[in-house]
Design a protein around this ligand. Structure first.
Ligand code: HEM
Length: 425
């Protein structure tokens, strides 16, 4: 095995120059499940790195045996109050409680229900492109992650939940403050203390988390006083979740969950997606020439630049995965980054290919906890790409991209680009 295979998968610094794909591949070929020692700290004594596609599927599809609730979904053990808070989220509930919560929500997130939002997602994307064109400080330069990609997810959540437009900027600022909790230094504090699928939110994120939950609880109280409306908020306030209805505070916590699960991941998909296309100009040219390639491009972006490296499970009993004996209480990390490049499933897996078919990546997970927002994220990805490419005749890198320092979030902190609006010579 090469020395790169010895890369410390737990150390957030390992990911600063990009995911250690060589190490993942070498380890996966040697064995699909490996023990990784973490001698001290909140992830001690270590964890099982699950790297093969079949093994990741296996773990995700046995939610009773491999629990999301026992230890939460990030590698580091959380302080009891933070773990209790995480367990209030769908992501960290085990069956049967998980099913009671998820079932009433599922029909709002089906392909059909989400397709009805396309017009509004397009309007929001167009407005963002107009603002980016105006913002283009002098030479058309923008910081793409925050100024462009990061603008879409909160506006879409605002539409979905029926928030007043005048509140969107405020919610967006809170979401940004929540994300800044990432990259906070230490052994990936953000991942350790994050509260959602995005894993955002270290100590610095506690205040915005509470502020956002309180804002949403106040919004819910206001909505109850008015006639019901047919949006996600209306459904949540009237719904039956395992024999009980949601209080305003439950609503506040669910709201935070949607924002933490959906914002950072979607922002990453949009910005890493652009970077992937800029570094593969032939594919970008193909996509410009044939916009019907956009859905496939989004899937390949999700596979090749998956926004999350892993999620954690904790073994509820002794088990076996990939021929390895796992003991009750052991941590496992299901590495999407490694499974998405498993050569037994994907031909030429390191190649970025927007025409790849089939493309059964695991970036939205699998089984019981499969991403509730997957159709929404796909819609946002496709519409945003279409609007970006039709708004700007040329897009070029204007400086080096900077990555988020995290062992969980596979994202960009900044991506300086130069945008030339369509129709300018
Ligand atoms: C590219 C964007 C996204 C990615 C890569 C992503 C990824 C994931 C993954 C991997 C899971 C599975 C968690 C597990 O197995 O432990 C998940 C769950 C979840 N996602 Fe997403 N997500 C994205 C966007 C969204 C959006 C836009 C929303 C909602 C607005 C959302 C809401 C959720 C929720 C509520 C769960 C928990 C589902 C459950 O436990 O039943 N996600 N996401």
């Amino acid at each position: 095995m090469t020395t790169s295979a010895l890369a410390d998968l737990y150390d957030p610094d390992t990911y600063l120059a990009g995911p250690p794909h060589e190490a993942f591949a070498a380890l996966r070929r040697a064995a699909p499940v490996h023990w990784r020692e973490v001698p001290t700290g909140p992830a001690a004594p270590g964890y099982w790195a699950v790297l093969g596609y079949a093994e990741v599927e296996h773990v995700l599809c046995e939610p009773e045996l491999f629990s999301s609730e026992k230890g939460g979904v990030v590698l580091d053990d959380l302080p009891p109050d933070r773990l209790a808070q995480m367990r209030g989220m769908l992501l960290a509930m085990d069956p049967p409680r998980h099913r009671d919560y998820r079932r009433p929500l599922a029909h709002r997130f089906t392909h059909r229900a989400i397709a009805m939002l396309e017009g509004r997602v397009r309007d929001a994307s167009r407005a963002i492109m107009r603002e980016a064109a105006e913002r283009g400080h002098g030479g058309g330069e923008v910081e793409f992650v925050g100024e462009v990609a990061g603008q879409l997810p909160t506006r879409v959540v605002g539409e979905l939940m029926g928030l007043p437009r005048e509140d969107w900027d405020y919610v967006h600022r809170l979401a940004e403050a929540l994300n800044r909790g990432q990259d906070a230094g230490g052994a990936d504090r953000a991942a350790a203390e994050g509260d959602g699928a995005g894993g955002g939110g270290g100590e610095g994120a506690a205040a915005p988390t509470v502020e956002m939950a309180m804002y949403a609880a106040g919004f819910a109280a206001g909505r109850r006083a008015r006639p019901p409306r047919d949006d996600l908020t209306g459904l949540l306030l009237a719904g039956d979740f395992g024999g009980r209805t949601m209080s305003d505070l439950d609503y506040g916590s669910f709201f935070v969950q949607l924002v933490t699960a959906g914002n950072d991941t979607t922002q990453t998909m949009l910005s890493s997606g652009l970077l992937a296309l800029l570094t593969h100009p032939d594919q970008l040219a193909d996509l410009r020439a044939d916009p019907s390639l956009a859905p496939g491009a989004v899937e390949e972006i999700l596979r090749w630049a998956n926004p999350l490296h892993y999620f954690r499970r904790t073994a509820a009993a002794d088990a076996e995965v990939g021929g390895v004996r796992i003991r009750a209480g052991d941590r496992l990390a299901t590495y999407f980054t490694a499974a998405n490049r498993d050569e037994t499933v994907f031909a030429d897996p390191d190649r970025f290919d927007i025409r790849r078919s089939p493309n059964r990546h695991l970036s939205f997970g699998k089984g019981e906890h499969f991403c509730l927002g997957a159709h929404l994220a796909r819609l946002e990805g496709r519409v945003f790409l279409e609007e970006l490419l039709s708004s700007f005749a040329a897009i070029e890198l204007a400086g080096p991209p900077v990555r988020v320092r995290s062992n969980l979030n596979n994202g960009l902190k900044s991506l300086p680009v130069r945008l030339t609006p369509a129709g300018t010579s």
